[in-house]
Design a protein around this ligand. Structure first.
Ligand code: FMN
Length: 434
């Protein structure tokens, strides 16, 4: 776990977690050992944190460490029966919290919650909570596949105020490789920030979103390339925010400079050149309800590939003469668009943004265009914040930001969902019943 990644918010402009009262409920999975560092990161980001351990979790992680790192007492079952407390502890804690992080969530605690059993401090606190809960299960892959766990997890999908965060796949503590691995602490922090910003809404459930992100890299020769300073942050946050809101997300991306854990739960297609990005987008476009074309695609590329490194003089000649324009990927997507599909384009601009954006929007034919300045301090490429104009149908123009890129991602997703609802109504939701 990289602690610098945990302590930095994707949103630079006022960390959304700062000042929040976060109740961390930890049940009996070995993944509980990851919680002390996560709690420390929350505190460093300005959150107020209180922890509760289930009796099993008490065996796996130190209550003293959690108390020390959270700067607050860590509560265990024995505290529930103190004759010194004026009010029941589980009610005090539930009423104190603004948001709950339930991680790791064990099979037992999941079953208790779903079936209304309030026989531990953790379970009764959880049941008394009326605030959003981010729930992150962790268990052995066979346990995760067990019919009872599947049924309980399915049930949770339809609960309001709960964001169920599907575990990933990987090496488990039981030495198996498979499903059941708790979402990484980096992703838990991002998801918690998302819950604070946008709640537990699942308005993208049943939709498939195709996102492109990052720069492309056009080789000059095997040792040099033409690229740009895009980090892919805006596109990746858009993709992850959509996934948290229930979408299935395909992410076609060039070389990224973002936390790799932010890619968990997305279907990723890494590419290098604009041609490879174009081919991947073309392959995936048919299955998408909506597309967000956030990648910073190169404008030019070498006409013919060179297999060996060019000597300096030949390089200078090549730089002068060997170029051709890269086809407009957004225009291609618009041309091939199936009925009902909604496309959001991005335009990185310097100078006067709105006039250029209007001309581009009229030219491109996409449904929405987000135009953002790249020549203002603290916004655009590589910055944690962004701002810009969203141009939409009926000459609608909205200014967003300056704001953090995750907050902006949610605003853009809402606009995209609105445009999508006008084109194609949502499919009938799947019921929670087995
Ligand atoms: C070392 C160890 C690791 C465990 N890891 C998990 C786990 O990852 N997920 C899980 O659901 N149960 C796990 N268990 C079993 C739970 O701790 C057990 O089912 C317990 O009843 C959970 O109760 P709780 O939800 O109140 O904490 C583990 C048990 C041990 C001894």
């Amino acid at each position: 776990m990289r602690s610098e990644a945990l302590t930095a918010s994707p949103d630079g402009r006022g960390d959304p977690l700062s000042g929040r009262r976060v109740l961390v409920l930890i049940s009996g999975s070995i993944a509980a050992v990851k919680l002390p560092q996560l709690v420390s990161a929350l505190v460093q980001r300005g959150a107020q944190v209180r922890c509760v351990l289930s009796p099993s979790a008490e065996q796996l992680v130190s209550a003293v460490a959690l108390a020390s790192l959270s700067r607050s007492p860590c509560h265990v079952d024995a505290d529930q029966w103190s004759h010194r407390a004026a009010r029941p502890l589980h009610i005090e804690l539930a009423e104190w919290a603004e948001v709950v992080l339930l991680a790791p969530l064990s099979a037992t605690s999941l079953a208790r919650w779903v079936h209304g059993m309030a026989d531990t401090l953790l379970a009764s606190t959880l049941m008394a909570c009326e605030v959003p809960v981010l729930a992150a299960p962790a268990m052995n892959s066979a346990m995760w596949a067990a019919p009872a766990v599947r049924r309980n997890w399915r049930e949770l999908q339809s609960w309001e105020r709960v964001l169920p965060l599907e575990p990933g796949s990987g090496l488990l503590a039981c030495d198996r490789v498979g499903d059941g691995r708790m979402a990484s602490p980096e992703l838990l922090l991002l998801a918690l920030e998302s819950v604070v910003l946008a709640g537990c809404r699942r308005d993208w459930q049943g939709r498939r979103l195709l996102v492109s992100a990052g720069p492309t890299r056009e080789p000059l020769d095997p040792a040099r390339c033409l690229t740009n300073p895009s980090t892919g942050r805006m596109g990746v946050l858009l993709a992850q925010a959509a996934r948290l809101r229930g979408a299935t997300v395909d992410l076609v991306h060039g070389p990224l400079a973002v936390d790799p854990e932010w890619l968990e739960g997305l279907h990723c297609y890494p590419v290098g050149t604009a041609a490879a990005m174009e081919a991947a987008l073309e392959r995936l476009q048919g299955g998408a309800d909506a597309i967000a074309m956030a990648a910073a695609v190169a404008d030019h590329r070498r006409r013919t590939p060179v297999p060996t490194k060019l000597p300096k003089q030949a390089l200078a000649d090549a730089l002068r003469s060997e170029w051709e324009a890269v086809p407009d990927l957004l225009a291609g997507l618009v041309r091939r668009r199936p009925p009902g599909q909604v496309i959001l384009g991005f335009a990185a601009q310097s100078g006067e943004v709105l006039e250029q954006a209007r001309a581009k929007f009229a030219r491109k034919g996409c449904d929405l265009l987000f135009a953002n300045p790249i020549d203002r301090a603290g916004a655009g490429f590589a910055a944690p914040d962004n701002e810009g104009w969203l141009l939409g149908p009926g000459d609608r123009e909205r200014h967003f930001g300056p704001t953090g890129k995750l907050a902006l991602a949610h605003q853009l997703l809402s606009a995209l969902a609105e445009a999508l609802a006008l084109r194609a109504p949502l499919p009938v939701p799947v019921t929670a019943d087995p």
